[in-house]
Design a protein around this ligand. Structure first.
Ligand code: MRU
Length: 377
């Protein structure tokens, strides 16, 4: 994996952030990713030459966020095929790189199925590799389209829930163009509200322990020119109590068939706060995030990550470092509880906004009906 420095991060007003692209230099095809672990300090690209490099990029969160994981996974299969590696091995490694975001396995299997079908039909590996790439590109385009439609539907829902505009929206983790082929999920709705002159402020949870809110959402918000304020996750309660939050908008990593929502850890406490304070709690996610094979919240596998993400703060330039390479902030040997996600039950979710429609109230039947629209045509 080679580092390529792109440009130092300065305040830019454009919102499009190139996060993933396929290239075919003379040495062979590569998948180029914006390394999200280095943001916002620097915009550095990672060049993946095969699936194991991409698996590591997924595990380290260089590439992350549910929809983008699906796109990256599909390109990963195409990369293995184009470079002549074992496609099934690569697909299994990619699909298993992180367990919670269902989009990853969905994207991987879509490209793998396309590859297999072409190979079975034509017996031509080159053709099958090109078919896998076309499937990845198609998924990439579809995600961009889904993102635009979710933004439109989400804005219409905000108009209904909060007539009058002047929205003060609280969000958690990172859900903008860094996680999508388009402008994202929840962040895309906030952006649409901003463009319509209806967003008064985006409250950005810092999102411990890896700071996706502080590092990535604040970066996206600054680029868009919207008014935003960063807060520690623990400050959300007093913000609600002060009447400063009109709605919560978050994304999702997996939505079970009953409407339970797995998203970045810290989402569930926000849903509880929102219910107590009579504030709408809205989830924005493409139908690819809904998993009909996961019956309920208890069946969602929540990724557990290394304890050092909690017991250290990461500062690779510091010479004296803990086992994770960061500055220890807890006594050496301290055990940490570090689930990457939590699960919000459907009864705490006001609405799920998908590109196919809005599910509200959230019931298994209504969710299945909306998702079925994506299979019509
Ligand atoms: O661990 P991450 O950074 O991959 O977690 C990402 C999130 O939890 C996002 O909120 C989720 O993927 C929705 S993004 C549209």
């Amino acid at each position: 994996m080679a580092d390529q420095h792109v440009q130092s991060g300065e305040d830019k007003r454009s919102t499009a952030i190139p996060v993933i692209r396929w290239e075919e230099p003379p040495e062979g095809p590569v998948l180029v990713l914006l390394d999200q672990t280095r943001l916002p300090a620097e915009e550095v690209e990672l060049v993946c030459t095969d699936a194991p490099v991409l698996v590591e990029a997924i595990r380290s969160l260089a590439v992350r966020g549910a929809p983008l994981l699906g796109i990256a996974g599909a390109y990963g299969v195409a990369l293995a095929a184009a470079r002549g590696f074992d496609v099934d091995d690569a697909a299994d490694a990619l699909a298993g790189a992180r367990p919670t975001a269902v989009n990853l396995a969905v994207g991987v299997r879509r490209a793998q199925d396309t590859y297999r079908a072409e190979l079975a039909g034509s017996g031509d590996e080159g053709k099958a590799a090109r078919a896998a790439l076309a499937a990845a590109r198609q998924l990439h385009r579809e995600d961009a389209e889904a993102s635009a439609r979710m933004a439109e539907r989400g804005l219409a829902l905000l108009d209904e829930l909060l007539p009058g505009g002047g929205h003060r929206i609280l969000t958690h983790c990172n859900t903008g163009s860094l996680v999508s082929g388009g402008e994202g999920t929840a962040f895309a709705v906030a952006l649409a509200a901003h463009r319509a002159g209806k967003l008064r402020r985006l409250w950005v949870d810092e999102t411990r322990p890896l700071l996706q809110g502080a590092r990535l959402t604040a970066y996206e918000a600054a680029r868009s020119g919207m008014a935003y304020t960063l807060l520690t996750d623990n400050a959300a309660g007093s913000l609600f109590a002060a009447g400063e939050v009109d709605a919560v908008l978050i994304g999702a990593d997996r939505i079970a068939a009953d409407g339970s929502v797995a998203n970045k850890v810290g989402s569930y406490p926000l849903a509880v706060l929102a219910r107590y304070h009579h504030v709408p709690f809205v989830v924005v996610a493409p139908v690819t995030t809904v998993d009909p094979d996961t019956p309920d919240g208890a069946a969602i596998e929540v990724e557990q990550r290394a304890g050092f993400e909690v017991t250290e703060v990461s500062a690779p330039q510091v010479p004296v470092a803990g086992p994770g390479g960061g500055i220890p902030v807890a006594p050496l040997g301290t055990q940490a509880y570090n689930p990457a996600f939590d699960v919000t039950p459907p009864e705490l979710v006001t609405a799920i906004v998908t590109e196919e429609g809005v599910v509200s109230p959230v019931t298994a039947e209504a969710l299945a009906q909306v998702c079925a629209r994506s299979r019509e045509v």
